[in-house]
Design a protein around this ligand. Structure first.
Ligand code: 147
Length: 662
């Protein structure tokens, strides 16, 4: 069926307003998003990396933005800093360097960008915008270069925490001095409607304008009237500074997410002049109890014990760009447009004259015909066509031969198209994905037997740190390894801070017991957690669970924690507000002490703590003896966990031999 009206004519040609394409891709981090992914067995782990990063295979992203780990919660959880203290330097901690290496190994052209959400508390003596923080970034890029062999292309100042022109200058100068002058600095990566107001400062301050290479913002966040204004775009054009969207997202199910991603990439360029867009976030390696466990990701990979993973339709939205463009191509301004009947089309060309058109027709009222005229300097060769619809995603539907430098296409409503003179695209995949299985039960981890702990980033299997860093460490008193919360003081947390804790297991667990050996130094507190059924909304991470807590002075308590999660300071979009409102509605409120007692002071000694659940009966045991009991029905089921600290003070408690059993 074809529409009656004359086709819209689009001239495919270069022009003075064309801009460099700096890539599309995704964010890794901004909440410990690969915590479970890192534990995947082979070959599944490699398969997932191929699906996201291998050229012309899956999403084939051209840009990656990672969180510089900073010990603090940055939405779902925290990732271990390379400098827990000022004289500490860990070159193999965590999994961010590993995921960057794997990504870059698959695509050497991938552009690498990084920014911190959180930072250790010692930085700047409590002031994030500091020379300490500039040095912290420099040491991180040094390790990246010297130990991991990777060069960073771009860096930011801090994710969504305001503006500091002095800091931007400090960071740029520090990078230059250390031999990293080629790293582009973007600022200030804010979401609020005033996100680009700082250019007024740059106009007055040439040194600041010199320091900031790229206008980075979470361009489309912040609702009506947000985005980049015509004035911002004009100034960017005048100064030759690109506009990058350093974070966007599409929280939708199925094909809606796929088409929403293409619409998002297209509109970022068409409406806001953004020439690089990264979406939060790439691979969902987080427990379902964590916030945003699934919907924005390309691949859901949260079952390292089974190897099961799921590719979301979203991945093929990226592929419509990723397999049809390369970093350094050029947006063709005059050939990119909003479609009158609904949807958008963006055209890009390579240096050698290949071109691609990426179109989406979300909510279009009917089919739309376009006639494309191929301008001078562009390839006049057959054009391959790939399409996604709700029914089938990323399908090669044919080849069009241009006649006299022209060709016509008809776009159906609610579909995505990529048209290109390039070839070699494919719908990659693997058909031997293991079946989904629940978390193993009973479960035991002695934290011994990890061999080269550095090879795993010093993290055990299956723990998801919500704040702080629960790391494998040699037992100072013996042979063997223990688990230690390695962050000594509250960090500059991105999320409002609480206490360091880590979670593990299955949120469907109801009657069970969780036991662990604990050692505390004077003044410290640790707790074993059970029936953890909530770890925050992303804007605060007080859990909902039971705690059996031991203080170094010998007091212990049984607590019910009921995290209330509002986010007054961040007025998000309607979707975000709904998530937060729902979390608060569920919350009967408050932390309650269910029982308390004391024993002889245990500082420096190992004690065994057990938290046992039998229906509404909760029992705490020390060294095998029941010492506290309570009847409470607040939390019926949930995961296990470990906590280190109390009253906003972090403890560096040690743990050994974690057992979860019936
Ligand atoms: C972003 C954060 O940068 C991410 O780490 C993650 O927390 C994500 C979850 O939606 O949120 O920050 C946002 C801030 C404001 C909006 C959206 C995301 N907003 O107003 O729409």
């Amino acid at each position: 069926m074809s529409s009656e009206a004359e086709p819209r004519v689009i001239e495919l040609r270069s022009g003075p307003r064309d801009r460099r394409f700096d890539g599309i891709g995704a964010v890794n981090g901004g909440g410990a998003t690969s915590a479970l992914f890192k534990d995947y067995p082979e070959p599944q782990r490699s398969q997932i990396l191929d699906l996201v990063f291998a050229p012309r295979f899956g999403a084939s992203v051209s840009a990656m933005l990672v969180e510089v780990p900073g010990d603090g919660n940055s939405t779902q959880g925290s990732m271990p800093s390379h400098m827990h203290t000022p004289d500490d330097l860990g070159t193999h901690r965590g999994y961010t360097w590993w995921v960057m290496r794997e990504a870059k190994r698959r695509n050497p052209d991938l552009s690498l960008d990084a920014v911190a959400w959180s930072a250790p508390g010692w930085v700047g003596d409590g002031e994030y915008w500091s020379q300490d923080m500039a040095d912290y970034y420099v040491s991180w890029v040094q390790i990246l270069r010297e130990v991991h062999g990777l060069e960073l292309d771009a860096i930011g100042c801090r994710n969504e925490k305001g503006v500091s022109i002095p800091f931007a200058k400090q960071l740029k100068a520090s990078l230059e001095k250390a031999g990293f002058g080629s790293i582009a600095l973007h600022a200030f990566d804010n979401w609020t409607p005033d996100k680009f107001d700082f250019i007024e400062d740059l106009k007055r301050d040439p040194e600041a304008a010199q320091a900031i290479d790229v206008l980075g913002g979470h361009v489309m966040y912040g609702g009506e009237g947000s985005g980049s204004s015509p004035e911002v775009r004009a100034w960017a054009e005048e100064t030759g500074k690109p506009i990058w969207n350093t974070e966007d997202h599409v929280y939708r199910p199925g094909f809606d997410c796929l088409i929403g991603i293409v619409e998002c990439f297209n509109e970022n360029y068409l409406l806001h002049g953004a020439t690089k867009v990264v979406l939060w976030y790439d691979i969902a390696g987080v427990y379902p109890v964590e916030p945003y466990p699934e919907e924005p990701a390309m691949v859901v990979a949260r079952e390292p014990w089974s190897g099961h993973y799921a590719v979301r339709e979203a991945l093929w939205g990226y592929a419509h760009y990723g397999q049809f463009t390369e970093l350094g191509w050029t947006y063709l301004h005059d050939a990119s447009t909003v479609l009158e009947g609904g949807g958008t089309v963006v055209a890009l060309r390579s240096e050698t004259g290949d071109f691609s058109l990426i179109a989406e027709t979300k909510d279009a009222t009917g089919p739309q015909r376009l006639r494309l005229r191929i301008g001078d300097g562009l390839a006049n060769t057959p054009i391959t066509v790939w399409r996604s619809t709700a029914e089938e995603q990323f399908v090669h539907i044919g080849v069009i031969a241009p006649v006299d430098g022209e060709f016509e296409v008809e776009f159906a409503p609610d579909a995505v198209y990529s048209l290109s003179t390039t070839t070699g695209q494919r719908k990659g995949g693997f058909d031997d994905v293991p079946e989904s299985r629940p978390f193993p039960f009973p479960y035991r981890d002695t934290f011994d037997g990890y061999g080269d702990a550095a090879a795993r980033g010093f993290l055990p299997r299956y723990t998801a740190d919500i704040a702080g860093a629960f790391e494998l460490a040699p037992d100072p008193d013996g042979q063997g390894t223990l688990l230690r919360q390695a962050v000594p003081q509250a960090p500059h947390s991105w999320s409002p801070d609480w206490l360091p804790y880590t979670v593990i297991g299955d949120e469907a667990w109801d009657d069970y017991e969780v036991g662990v050996r604990v050692r505390l130094e004077a003044g410290e507190t640790a707790a074993v957690m059970g029936r953890v059924n909530h770890v925050g909304t992303g804007y605060g991470f007080v859990p909902k669970c039971y705690l059996f807590e031991l203080n170094a002075d010998g007091t212990f308590r049984l607590l019910s924690v009921n995290g209330k999660e509002d986010k007054a300071e961040l007025v998000g979009d309607a979707e975000q507000q709904a998530i937060i409102a729902a979390a608060n509605d569920r919350d009967p409120g408050g932390t309650r002490v269910l029982a308390a007692a004391s024993i002889t002071a245990p500082a420096g000694q190992w004690r065994h703590l057990t938290l046992r659940f039998e229906g509404g009966r909760i029992t705490g045991l020390v060294d095998g003896e029941p010492v506290l009991t309570a009847d409470d029905a607040t939390h019926a089921r949930g995961m296990a966990g470990l906590l280190a600290g109390a009253d906003n003070a972090y403890s560096t408690a040690s743990f050994a031999d974690l057992v979860v059993k019936a």
